[in-house]
Design a protein around this ligand. Structure first.
Ligand SMILES: Cc1ncc(C[n+]2csc(CCOP(=O)(O)OP(=O)(O)O)c2C)c(N)n1
Ligand SMILES: [Mg+2]
Length: 325
């Protein structure tokens, strides 16, 4: 499927990937009270991970990981089973993730709840690509809070030192649970830190799909040519709570309402409507139908019985499952 934003077909697929990702996410909100919703951040993770090659390594932030996995071809029923840890998942129910899909080829999910680890895995993957002289890249995303994990600084340092084919996307939704990024990040911004470590850096409006796509495309082209790593700092906003049932006492309704006006899906949709590439009625009806479809899939996954074949050592099932070796 083409996600080339320069073609009408690619733009429609990008719009659909954002809507489908949100539909899956919102269905999870209804059926899983541990869910960490990604509403409002779609332009960062769809724009950041679109148009990559099949053999590129993809390591999204946990918030938005399912939407990226869907865009990369996952089956939504299998994905939902992975979240609930039931038989229908690609780990056979053995790798339950409250918030993340189970792993599959070239896709680094969140193997533990420890934030920052995926950035290091992606850095290791980029090292592998470089050592094997493969013309592929690794792309990872992480939150503003995760940016403070030491392993992110170590990864950026290694990537810069060895000029690895790595693209790091800081999905800055302005909060780490209840802590504002403006308070938590000392010494300027995550971009300043990356600059100090010698990375190429670009700041983008993370609610503008095309701005993210353009930054990512430049960074990927550079990395494929041996030009080394880029940090893309994408400023966005978490429209929902940190997780379901978050009382959200740390921010005002007015602040949320102001950012809701900058909804990345509405912004891109309006562009397509104005360009005559998408009808307003068509957009509304397709959105409703995707919402209903994802709701049915997630509801069915929730009702499935827990797996009876639990394997405590994940490597025991890795060989006959679709897990990258
Ligand atoms: C190493 C580590 N420290 C703390 C946590 C607890 N924790 C889970 S989500 C979260 C907030 C992360 O903020 P950010 O990286 O900005 O991502 P966001 O939740 O905003 O998407 C924290 C602190 C964790 N999972 N791992
Ligand atoms: Mg955050």
């Amino acid at each position: 499927m083409s996600f080339d934003h320069r073609t009408p077909e690619g733009r429609m697929n990008l719009w659909r990937a954002m809507v489908r990702g949100r539909a899956f996410d919102q269905a999870m909100c209804r059926h899983n009270n541990h869910w960490h919703e990604a509403r409002g951040e779609e332009a960062v993770f769809i724009g950041g991970f679109a148009e990559l090659e099949a053999d590129d390594i993809v390591a999204p932030h946990f918030r938005g990981a399912c939407a990226v996995s869907l865009m990369r071809g996952s089956d939504p029923a299998e994905l939902a089973a992975g979240v609930f840890g039931t038989d229908g998942s690609n780990s056979g129910g053995n790798w339950r993730g409250d918030i993340c899909p189970t792993p599959s080829e070239r896709f680094i999910g969140m193997f533990s709840g420890s934030l920052g680890t995926t950035v290091a895995y992606a850095t290791g993957a980029a090292l592998h690509l470089q050592q094997r002289h493969l013309n592929n890249v690794a792309v990872c995303a992480f939150g503003d809070g995760t940016a403070n994990a030491g392993i992110v600084a170590e990864s950026m340092n290694l990537a810069s030192m060895l000029q690895l084919p790595l693209i790091l996307i800081c999905q800055n939704n302005q909060y780490a649970t209840s802590l504002p990024a403006t308070t938590a990040i000392a010494g300027g911004t995550v971009s300043d830190r990356a600059k100090a470590l010698g990375l190429e850096v670009v700041d983008v409006d993370g609610n503008d799909l095309e701005a993210v796509i353009s930054a990512r495309a430049t960074a990927v082209a550079r990395a494929r040519e041996g030009g080394g790593p880029t940090l893309i700092h994408a400023l966005t906003y978490r429209m929902g709570g940190h997780y379901m049932n978050d009382p959200e006492t740390y921010r005002t309704r007015d602040e949320v309402a102001a950012w809701e006006k900058l909804d990345p899906i509405t912004r891109f949709e309006q562009k397509l409507i104005v360009a005559g590439e998408l009808g307003a009625d068509e957009a509304a009806s397709e959105t409703l139908s995707l919402m209903a479809e994802m709701n049915d899939i997630v509801a069915a996954a929730k009702d499935a019985p827990p797996t009876e074949n639990l394997v405590l050592n994940p490597s025991a099932f890795a060989e006959d499952r679709r897990i990258a070796s």
